[in-house]
Design a protein around this ligand. Structure first.
Ligand code: KIV
Ligand code: NA
Length: 265
């Protein structure tokens, strides 16, 4: 996918959109050669790359650095960068400075969590030539407000609020919408109610696309096992084993062997 026009085409054709987070050059090289559609420089980088316990510690400077690295490797992919915690809450000029940094780092669009207080802002960003992806349901920047990483939209009222927010985001000009940790039926209803594609994580099978954190699908974190996550590889054990083999072989003077040494000719 090269542009937001392709998102619209997918909504019409029904072909699923696939998105993965990506924060660095090495993985971006691999994803660039894959058929995944969209790379997201998520503020989850604060956790996955930098070891913070929430996404609150992500900054635009750090996300821009990750975006640059990804963009160098994956010029063929549509790249979305997250607007980090509070970057949309300090006035329009400040917001636009963050948008500018992420777009100039190589993003083709930015993603903003939640709708309340953002509709005018999103209109302005879109009118400035910058595509905006929405994000509703479990919005991790609101973790302290939500009381933890809980499924959202379970009550009738909460579900209605998310649906109304989704419609408002579409109206404000969002080109697509992430739905995180909401019941499948609600995600289905929202997907059917919108003209823009929905991209789900923990939102069931009826969204127009799916997104996962790359390191999660690779099984890099043994402790992280939410219900929605399918690990397509046991990365933690595979990498541990390779590292241990290296250490063992060095200690036994088996590495480097002749094959991996310069013989002077
Ligand atoms: O930061 C992130 O990884 C995200 C996705 C989970 C949608 O926002
Ligand atoms: Na995010």
């Amino acid at each position: 996918m090269k542009s937001i026009l392709d998102f619209q085409k997918r909504k019409k054709s029904g072909e699923k959109i696939t998105m993965l987070t990506c924060y660095d050059y090495s993985f971006a090289k691999i994803l660039s050669a894959s058929s995944v559609d969209v790379l997201l420089i998520g503020d989850s980088a604060a956790q996955v790359m930098h070891g913070h316990s929430t996404t609150l510690n992500a900054s635009t400077a750090v996300l821009a650095l990750h975006t640059e690295a990804v963009a160098r490797a994956a010029s063929n992919k549509f790249i979305v960068a997250d607007m980090p915690f509070l970057s949309t809450r300090k006035g329009l000029k400040n917001t636009m400075d963050h948008v500018q940094k992420l777009m100039q780092a190589g993003a083709h669009a930015i993603k903003i969590e939640n709708a309340d207080g953002h509709l005018e802002l999103i209109r302005h960003i879109v009118e400035s030539g910058v595509p905006v992806m929405g994000h509703l349901g479990l919005t991790p920047q609101f973790i302290h407000q939500l009381g933890g990483p809980k499924v959202q939209g379970k009550s009738t009222e909460a579900a209605e609020k998310i649906l109304q927010d989704a419609l408002a985001l579409e109206k404000a000009g969002c080109f697509s919408l992430v739905l995180e940790c909401v019941p499948s039926e609600l995600a289905k209803k929202i997907t059917q109610s919108l003209n823009i594609p929905t991209i789900g994580i923990g939102a069931g099978a009826h969204t127009d696309g799916q997104v996962l954190v790359l390191q999660d699908l690779l099984g890099m974190n043994k402790e992280f096992r939410p219900k929605f996550l399918k690990k397509y590889m046991n990365g933690y054990d595979l990498i541990s084993e390779a590292v241990q083999n290296y250490v063992d072989e060095v200690k036994k003077s088996e590495f480097p062997d002749k094959e991996h040494s310069y013989d002077g000719n």
